[in-house]
Design a protein around this ligand. Sequence first.
Ligand code: MIC
Ligand code: SF4
Length: 644
Amino acid sequence: MGDSVATKILKQHLVDGEIAPGNEIGIRIDQTLHQDATGTMVMLELEAMGLDRVKTELSVTYVDHNMLQSDFRNADDHRYLQSVAQKLGIHYSRPGNGICHQVHLERFGAPGRTLLGSDSHTPTGGGLGMISIGAGGLDVAVAAGGGAYYLPCPKIIGVRLTGKLQPWVASKDIILEMLRRLTVKGGFGKIFEYHGPGIECLDVPARSTVCNMGAELGATTSLFPSDWQTKKYLEAMGRGEVWQELMPDADAEYDELIEINLDELEPLIAKPSNPDLVVPVREVAGTKLHQVCVGSCTNSSYHDLAICANVLKDNIVADNVSMTLTPGSRNVFNEIAANGMLADIIAAGARILESACGPCIGMGQAPPSQGVSLRTFNRNFLGRSGTKDAYVYLCSPEVAAVSALRGEITDPRDWGEYPAVEMPEQYLVDDRMIIDPPADASAVVVERGPNIVPLEDFTATPDGIEAEVILKTADNISTDHIMPAGAKVLPYRSNIPEISKFTFGVVDSEFHDRAMAMKENGGSIIIGGSNYGQGSSREHAAIAPRYLGVKAVIVKDFARIHWNNLINFGIVPLQFADPADYDSVAQGDRLAIRDLHSQIRNGSEVRVDNLTKGTSFTATHSLSGRQVHVLLAGGLINTVKEAS
Ligand code: MIC
Ligand code: SF4
């Protein structure tokens, strides 16, 4: 049996274990990506590990999330990141240069390489035929320091595309169709490899949109082969030399196969408030809009902006709509400025935002109360927009542009002829906003502001837990619920005591105070449903609960990155052996786990006693031997320190 592209890259980078689904494998990481919201923690962790220079082929820190400078905090973080990047041999993409994933794709990604990023949408790089994975900051820090990245060997799922996208149907509709079919947990433990004749009609940015939002499936990553489209893109970016052909073997077999006929695809939309609530646009057409936002790492490439410019040209945004547009990178910005499209967009009344995450992470542009916001982004979790009772829909730039003019959700096929975009032969490229690290960093002084608080020491996991259930949640709790982002919270990303005050704020405003009270009395336990911790890679969703004394999280099942983050920060992650037991536990119950160490070491089952109800149930864990060691040591920082 021949190999898929994913298997070829994994084989070339394997440093530990054997490639077979379910095994834990360790892979070598060629490149790391960090951004400002998770990156300050990565840098603090690298410093805590005592590293003086990264050991990867390439590491880049981007400033794109924490862009609002309403006081000194974010600005101090930027200054810290720039100086520490210089010190550690990391390239630094300055604020204004663009969203990490878009810039990385344009300037650094390369077929056949591995990329680990402290951001869940790192799989955007899969559009170039690379294995790019989102992970918690600590895993990225270890990889930057030359360590392997460990993961349960994923299944490789082939997604065979046939046919051709029809006018007004976009690559965003491919991934929305995947979410419609598979749901937000359908990608757990899987790599999606797109192939087949249908990929011919997709250029690299279109492919990257699909890979980017594979994160919403909960997938390990997604990727496309590296073919003539990849070559064309890299040449247009002036980087033709990094191209190599990378195709699946003719007899490659996949663990499962999914088929999508692009001829039959129609414009789709995800309804509030989960990315898998997908329906055809025509089903919700006519819904009145208050806001339309184009941008985010999913849809901010040149083509995405250009299609909007072509639709908006000589028109005006509807009276009831506030429309924002965000170019994904300074290069895209320059491109639309140089060819006049920016003028068409401004004339149409759209609000131009700086090249950054912006409204996607709640950095401004919160919709009005109960407002309806249509966004080309990837996530619409409750409260993420900054307005808890807003209704956020996700769609393609085509749907967004036409709907902004009509003032209501519109199937763009009703608009008229498709205003096709001509792609540049050669993109405008200017790398002067990327600062290379010096060869000799001995003179670099790391600049730290007063908001940058080093991590506290983590104690080893105790041999027994007796604690109260502080919270019982429903299914699909995202890290946006656990640790919200947005303009108020993000400035505290390098200050755990402060940021912990916002933990679970969206669902339970008393959580922090209750947790602090319980901390003195054995700590607390969280009970969760299915797909607990979906969404972002932010390890603050684990570090803050840990700081607040959460000892264990017992759920029906976990999302991948958050599960890893819990282990890395010494919180015991368990699953109900029988999901029906979820119903037997209530908030306020006192639970006990005796002989935790031997129970975890000696098998996958752990007995949990419910002292309040006088009952007990079985929980399971799926930790590897390595992870058991990390967890019981109190987290990964402790084991890294042990080893050095
Ligand atoms: C997100 O889209 O939720 C973020 C903000 O980019 C996060 C990272 C973070 O929380 O800093 C992600 O996707 O990992
Ligand atoms: Fe930024 Fe949004 Fe992309 Fe996260 S999903 S990296 S917040 S643009």
